[in-house]
Write a protein that binds this ligand. Sequence first.
Ligand code: NAD
Ligand code: ZN
Length: 358
Amino acid sequence: MERVTVNLRDRSYPIYIGAKILPEVGSLARPCDLSGRGALITNPVVGELYGQQVLCSFERTGIALTLLEVPEGEEFKTLQTAGDLYERLLPLGLDRRSPIVALGGGVIGDLVGHVAATFMRGLPLIQMPTSLLAQVDSSVGGKVGVNLPQAKNMVGAFYQPRFVLSDVSLLSTLPPPEFRAGLAEVVKYGVIADRPFFEWLEENMTGILEGREEALIHVVRTSCRIKAAIVEQDEKDEGIRGVLNFGHTVGHALEAVAGYGVFRHGEAVAVGMVAAARISCQMGLCSEEVPSRLQAILQRIGLPTALNIKPTKLIDAIGYDKKIRDSMSYFVLTKDLGSVTVAPVFDPLEALEGLSAT
Ligand SMILES: NC(=O)c1ccc[n+]([C@@H]2O[C@H](COP(=O)([O-])OP(=O)(O)OC[C@H]3O[C@@H](n4cnc5c(N)ncnc54)[C@H](O)[C@@H]3O)[C@@H](O)[C@H]2O)c1
Ligand SMILES: [Zn+2]
């Protein structure tokens, strides 16, 4: 079993990564000073596949978890679902050391994390991410929260878990489009911080797409290391953590313009990363090698890379992006594979029009 530590002083925690390690979650929880009663929160799809194994593992450690399910889907990542969970947690007689275990993709991780952060002013959280996106991204760094009808992830907290357990064997049941979408964030880590990792991805993509477990472990471990190193410098997202938004300015705009649910997040980010790399090239920040190798690897994964929406529509949507400061559009731009900078793009419309012409 691999272990990546997220070093955040008194909020530090390990991420355990491996294949077929899910049954070990109970014993990993043993040193966490938890009480004998808690809740396992998941959705019906993931619960059916893995819920019992998790319950049994905790039972062997002397912790009785009550299984609570919420309906599947982003549309249930709401205050209403959180409120419903509070009501269902209340009769369980939990105390301050009762664990709340989140078993699922990023939707479950964010929602259950929010509930753990707020119920009884905070209960110990254990993240068991089951989608690739959740294993490489959403379970790392402590952002938890729910959506408002008008805006995603608008209500929430920074709340670090006691530990994260990522079992890559669980990815075998993930629908392939979800797996591919998660790979967009993995490619992102290579581009923003680690050229050798980007090149390793280029060389090993066949094995990754075939689901080879050693390859997946390397993917998850390296991604977690990169994200952890960034989060450690900027836990509350006030500076450097912004580089994680590479591809997300255009990506978020695309999601909003197309209508939420049309593009998976990773698909929109794939398009956004190529757009950002091409803009970087236009601005003379990097060579053509960067967007072309980026586009090639994303296409090999089966992700979209072309901007097929009118740039004027995107610009309106970029106006709502949370990263906008002083009415200029800040983009995460590539200097090379493995190196980015955050800089204003003075006329994003012109830059984007340049792209759709190519
Ligand atoms: N907190 C953060 O830092 C952060 C970062 C990125 C994304 N997010 C959030 O993550 C969410 C997206 O997460 P996601 O892409 O994991 O989507 P998701 O949670 O909806 O999961 C995708 C689908 O796969 C299913 N699934 C998950 N694991 C499975 C498995 N092992 N086998 C079979 N089916 C499985 C789910 O039921 C769902 O239908 C969004 O709400 C986004 O805002 C949060
Ligand atoms: Zn993302």
